[in-house]
Design a binder for this molecule. Structure first.
Ligand SMILES: [Zn+2]
Length: 140
């Protein structure tokens, strides 16, 4: 659409671009006048609009799959399972071994539980490092 003001009454007239350079009558004061022809600015704007339309219609670039390489889900699962086992070992050591077998087994149970949990945490760290490296590589 094209906007211009009536040269007689100054009312803002909105009209389709196809009326450029053609005679019209102001709805307000009934003065006959010519719709301004296309200006250079209007041409540039129209060209920009066309370009924007073409860009908008263009197919979005196919994005590479963002799934993590296989193995990372397994690594995470293993990490969580090991941490859970470690916690169970410590609980068992505190509530069962300590009562039935004595202080040495309590100590051994807690140590082995901590080692298992540490191993699980290491798996989770490894997974995170792997993901970070993977993302860094993909950005290059
Ligand atoms: Zn007018």
């Amino acid at each position: 659409m094209l906007e211009f003001t009536c040269r007689h009454c100054g009312m803002l007239i909105t009209i389709d671009e196809s009326f450029r350079g053609k005679p019209i009558r102001c709805q307000n004061c009934q003065t006959d006048q010519t719709v301004p022809a296309a200006t250079r600015e209007a041409n540039v704007l129209a060209a920009l609009q066309t370009f924007a339309d073409v860009e908008a219609k263009r197919e979005p670039r196919p994005r590479p799959p963002s799934e993590l390489p296989p193995g990372y889900a397994l690594l995470q699962l293993l990490g969580f399972i090991l941490i859970a086992i470690g916690i169970i070992q410590i609980v068992v050591a505190v509530f069962i071994l300590a009562v039935e077998k004595g202080i040495v087994f309590l100590f051994l149970g807690i140590v082995s539980g901590l080692i298992t949990m540490g191993l699980g945490s290491a798996f989770l760290c490894l997974r995170q490092i792997g993901i970070d490296v993977w993302h860094t590589r993909r950005r290059q």
